[in-house]
Design a protein around this ligand. Structure first.
Ligand SMILES: Nc1ncnc2c1ncn2[C@@H]1O[C@H](COP(=O)(O)OP(=O)(O)OP(=O)(O)O)[C@@H](O)[C@H]1O
Length: 683
């Protein structure tokens, strides 16, 4: 496989994850050859000083036309004859097969289906323009299947045996029961070449290269009973970021025009067996749909997404349909009578009938309640899930905000140097460890410094004093779905939003953190222009959050105010636009004057979801850089709400540690509202 080095985006990947109990390739240590060691890896996407602007579909089309390259318009890609196929081979390809180069309409990245060459739009242009052979030059080892991986893949595959050939029937029965495969036939397992690794008690799903070019990777699936249910553990080789297997692809015929996409291999087995339809399983379930897979899905006129039986799967299905072109997509809605395909098979339901209930993903801009009623019902009957992902480290935040939801804008403020970056880093890390794909825009502090803070918080302790543990923590940290923009200091909002859009498309980002708005804007504008510019930028982030169904957390410095005053919603720098556009407003209250140094409170002063606002204490732990809630703290969460659901003004007791006065409608007491409290240089 050819993979090229250049990239047009100022985005750097931090790599995918393994647990402490895992070996280098994410396998149990007993399966990983040799002692753990670290390898030097080439930077996957190098940081760019001057970001290249993303290409548009129109520009791609214009370029191809100007160069006289014929092309066909597809659902998510343009198809053209591949410059990577030798003239002799090209002669033998006819019709659609001769258009074997797929160019992603959104990113310009290409894939040649014949040679498996792939690269960026700039690489394609370079190769068309004959700049030193283009694609053939830059082989990126970190993304190409590594020799070591291939060896490991072959070894495990050879040790695994076909499930239906398990000699002891008791063992075979137990394995089938654990994975819910009692109704899946041997024929189905054979068709999909599913094996079983006896020592590790794992199912093994193969990733075959297209065109029967051999085994490219594996997914190992373990199952453990937990209460009434079963918990599945997945391991992939290569690691998740490079595992681009559409399980079931070898069974797809060129003539197939319809496919059902599932989020699990087990679901694909069940669906294919009971409906006879072509089915494919996404490599990382509902976590993401990497654009690298889109060329393989171009041939289908209809794509049905049946990803699971919870709200998260439903959200993912809607997002993936956008990438696939919603006009050809239908979605199976989760529900009691519509569980996941494997469960449906096990419950004796008619899977073809469920598929017929799939709803078109595309509708015009105007909808009637009829189209919304099922969605509303879904939210009402899954209140917990509709409230979003809950924090594991901040239970009080769950009590107030209920969870972290897609498509919302959170504005976060606090006095200079009070610990905003440190807190927001832990707040985002908490979500990221629970599978929320996160993109950081750290304009004030360098990514290295930020990552160091995050890693310390992740390990909940100082790593300086335990460097022998560094690799173990770093390995686990690498596998978080965490990405960083490589911007620093002032940036144009267009470039930042374009990069965010790119990240949503490529990495299915659900949470973007911008730290902070003022550093992104630079210091150049005059004060009145600044407020207008900030309003414009806040509006752009708001629109992005809504349009991309992605949560944006925006750190904004407060105005310069008296140090001894509590901050309020109106203390956010600029006009009222930021707090009006925000769904949530969070304030880090630095109350050192009344409670002593180090004491902080987090105040939720706006909550559009259900109106609950309040404050709760945070205790800073200097060695782990974490803000945990003091276990024996008397000052617990305090909800502040009047009968109308509005934030009430509470009289101050004037006592040490008293709750702050909070008012949404407080007067503007800022000394100079046009001046943000931004007295420090970029770090
Ligand atoms: N509650 C706290 N008590 C004492 N030190 C803290 C506390 N919170 C953070 N710090 C430390 O204070 C320093 C500044 O923290 P941080 O960068 O998070 O503040 P900030 O509010 O983002 O700053 P700025 O206003 O410059 O953006 C860091 O070294 C951090 O470890």
């Amino acid at each position: 496989m050819w993979v090229l080095l250049r990239s047009g985006y100022p985005l750097r990947i931090l790599l995918p994850l393994r647990g402490a109990w895992m070996g280098r390739r994410g396998l149990p240590r007993s399966l990983a050859p040799g002692p753990p060691r670290r390898r030097y890896r080439k930077e996957a996407l190098p940081a760019l000083e001057a970001p290249v602007l993303p290409v548009t579909t129109t520009e791609i089309r214009q370029y191809l036309r100007a160069r006289g390259i014929p092309f066909q318009d597809g659902h998510s890609c343009l198809r053209a004859p591949s410059p990577f196929v030798g003239a002799s081979k090209l002669k033998h390809q006819t019709g659609a097969a001769s258009f074997s180069l797929f160019i992603d309409k959104t990113t310009g990245r290409f894939l040649c289906m014949t040679t498996l060459a792939e690269g960026s739009w700039e690489d394609f242009q370079a190769s068309v323009e004959g700049q030193g052979g283009g694609a053939r030059e830059g082989v990126l080892l970190s993304e190409a299947p590594e020799a070591e991986d291939s060896e490991e893949v072959r070894r495990i595959w050879a040790r695994a045996i076909p499930l239906w050939e398990l000699p002891e029937s008791e063992e075979a029965q137990l394995a089938r029961m654990m994975f819910g495969l009692t109704k899946v036939t041997d024929d189905t397992l054979k068709r999909f070449s599913v094996r079983y690794l006896r020592p590790a008690r794992r199912l093994v799903f193969p990733w075959f290269s297209p065109g029967g070019l051999g085994l490219r990777g594996l997914k190992l699936l373990g199952a453990e009973t937990q209460g009434d249910g079963v918990q599945y553990m997945e391991t992939t080789i290569p690691r998740p970021g490079a595992y681009h297997n559409l399980f079931g692809l070898p069974l797809i015929s060129r003539r197939d025009v319809e496919v059902v996409l599932t989020s699990r291999e087990l679901d694909s087995l069940a669906l294919n067996q009971s409906t006879g339809l072509p089915t494919l399983a996404l490599p990382r379930g509902t976590a993401c749909l990497p654009p690298a897979l889109l060329p393989y899905l171009e041939q289908f006129r209809r794509v049905v997404l049946w990803l699971g039986n919870d709200l998260r799967s439903w959200e993912a299905a809607k997002l993936f349909a956008r990438k696939l072109n919603p006009k050809r997509c239908s979605l199976v809605r989760p529900g009691d009578k519509q569980p996941s395909p494997l469960e449906a098979l096990n419950q004796g339901l008619n899977l073809s009938r469920i598929l017929r209930t799939a709803l078109p993903a595309w509708h015009k801009s105007i909808v009637s309640f009829r189209q919304l009623r099922e969605e509303v019902l879904g939210e009402l009957s899954n209140v917990e899930q509709a409230a979003g992902v809950r924090w594991s480290r901040f239970p009080d935040l769950n009590r107030l905000l209920k969870g972290h939801r897609k498509g919302e804008l959170t504005v976060f403020t606090g006095p200079t140097g009070s610990g905003k970056t440190t807190f927001i880093s832990e707040y985002a890390l908490d979500l990221c460890t629970q599978g929320v794909n996160t993109l950081w825009g750290s304009f004030e502090i360098s990514n290295v410094r930020l990552a160091r803070v995050m890693l310390t918080q992740f390990a909940v302790g100082r790593l300086e004093e335990q460097l022998d543990k560094y690799d173990e923590w770093a390995d686990r940290f690498e596998d978080l779905p965490l990405y960083f923009m490589t911007f620093h200091g002032q940036q144009s909002i267009r470039t930042v939003i374009d990069t965010m859009q790119h990240a949503v498309y490529v990495y299915d980002i659900c949470h973007v953190v911008i730290d902070n708005l003022q550093f992104m804007m630079g210091h150049e504008q005059l004060s009145t222009d600044r407020i207008a510019a900030q309003d414009y930028i806040v509006g752009a982030f708001r629109k992005f959050a809504t349009d991309s169904s992605c949560h944006v957390t925006l750190v904004i410095h407060p105005r310069k105010e008296d140090d001894d005053k509590e901050l309020q919603t109106a203390s956010i720098f600029g006009s009222a636009k930021a707090s009006q556009e925000a769904d949530n407003v969070l304030i880090l209250q630095d109350r050192k004057l009344v409670t002593g140094p180090g004491k902080r409170y987090l105040q939720v002063s706006k909550n559009r979801f259900d109106g609950d606002v309040g404050v709760f204490p945070l205790e800073f732990n200097k060695s782990s850089l974490t803000f945990s809630i003091p276990p024996k703290s008397k000052a617990r969460l305090k909800k502040i709400k009047d009968d109308n659901g509005l934030v009430a003004k509470k009289p101050s007791s004037g006592k040490k540690g008293a709750m702050p006065q909070i008012s949404e409608t407080c007067s503007n007491q800022a000394r100079n509202p046009n001046q943000p409290d931004l007295s420090k240089p970029s770090r």
